[in-house]
Design a protein around this ligand. Structure first.
Ligand code: BDR
Ligand code: CA
Length: 312
């Protein structure tokens, strides 16, 4: 079992990742921190608690609220076309009985990494703001934890600007600090997540697998996927849901799903188009590296594993 701390900006694919992580018998979630991104941090926290209430983890999972803005910039985002006004495609999940803990996300991360007896993997599927703040409080956590992040794009176009992916673009200074911190990084970027297309065929397979007891989860997932299919069709992208965040969790579970290459990834922080770009100098052999970048994925195996895990 791998012990993980998740950091999420619960939107649609973060919710899909949370459900997968709770259901996985190879992952144990030690805690979840939240960050602005797809929605503001209060909404991300609320969404996270409600998704946990829906899936009923067999053990307690503390949730700590984090940053509501990038380190040095105002927050500006509008992704309601992709994630709906509340981040969960407008779906109203029942309220949760759980409250967030009083501790701030960055303090929570520092304490959990220091206290943890096992190896701990931080899995970030949103902006890296909370981790940058945690590293500022205690730089030594870079030697005690590993990071798997969903973010960036080294050989394919971005999704927020022509060259930048949303999680890096949303707080480039935070990403820059994290990539320069020395923490071991596995980067699950658009290079692989843009291939992880959950199609209508996958949707039917999933829907047909639910039992009557799982009707609430089924209704929620039905809504997440049908909303996503319509959204991607509107954007002329075809009828599928990109499984960005779930793929990061699946890579933690089973790294052999992907092929990785070690690179030095430089995070650009300047320029209206270029900030948030994840740059690799492919001209020369890498004399120094800071990340293992996922370059290839066996996507159908991942998607089938996702379906099986959610139905378990
Ligand atoms: C990332 O951006 C967010 O909108 C998604 O949740 C995912 O983490 C993809 O670029
Ligand atoms: Ca996310």
């Amino acid at each position: 079992v791998k012990h993980i701390l998740m950091d999420v900006d619960t939107g649609v694919d973060d919710a899909l990742a949370l459900i997968f992580a709770v259901k996985s018998n190879k992952l144990h979630i030690e805690g979840i921190t939240t960050v602005f991104g797809n929605v503001d941090v209060k909404q991300a926290t609320e969404n996270t608690l409600r998704v946990l209430e829906l899936v009923q983890p067999p053990y307690g999972i503390p949730v700590a609220m984090g940053a509501d803005a990038p380190l040095f910039r105002p927050r500006r985002e509008n992704v309601t076309a992709i994630h709906g006004a509340n981040g969960l495609a407008g779906y109203e999940l029942p309220e949760s009985r759980q409250l967030p803990v009083a501790e701030k996300a960055s303090d929570f991360i520092v304490r959990k990494v220091r206290e943890q007896a096992h190896d701990i993997t931080l899995v970030f599927t949103g902006r890296l703001t909370n981790l940058a703040l945690a590293l500022a409080k205690d730089p030594s956590i870079a030697q005690k934890a590993k990071l798997v992040l969903m973010g960036g794009a080294i050989q394919v176009p971005g999704n927020t600007t022509p060259v930048s992916e949303a999680n890096i673009h949303g707080d480039p200074e935070a990403a820059h600090r994290v990539f320069e911190s020395g923490i071991p990084i596995v980067m699950v970027g658009l290079d692989v997540t843009s291939k992880a297309k959950f199609s209508q065929a996958h949707y039917h397979e999933l829907m047909n697998g639910f039992t009557d007891e799982q009707a609430e989860l089924q209704a929620f997932l039905h809504h997440m996927f049908t909303f996503s299919f319509e959204a991607s069709e509107r954007l002329n992208e075809g009828k599928y849901r990109l499984m960005h965040d779930p793929l990061a969790l699946a890579v933690v579970e089973n790294p052999s799903l992907v092929e990785m290459k070690d690179y030095y990834v430089y995070i650009e922080t300047k320029g209206p188009v270029s900030s948030g770009a994840t740059l690799v100098d492919f001209r020369h052999p890498q004399s120094r590296t800071n990340a293992s970048v996922c370059m290839q994925v066996r996507e159908e195996e991942f998607l089938q594993h996702y379906i099986r895990t959610v139905l378990s």
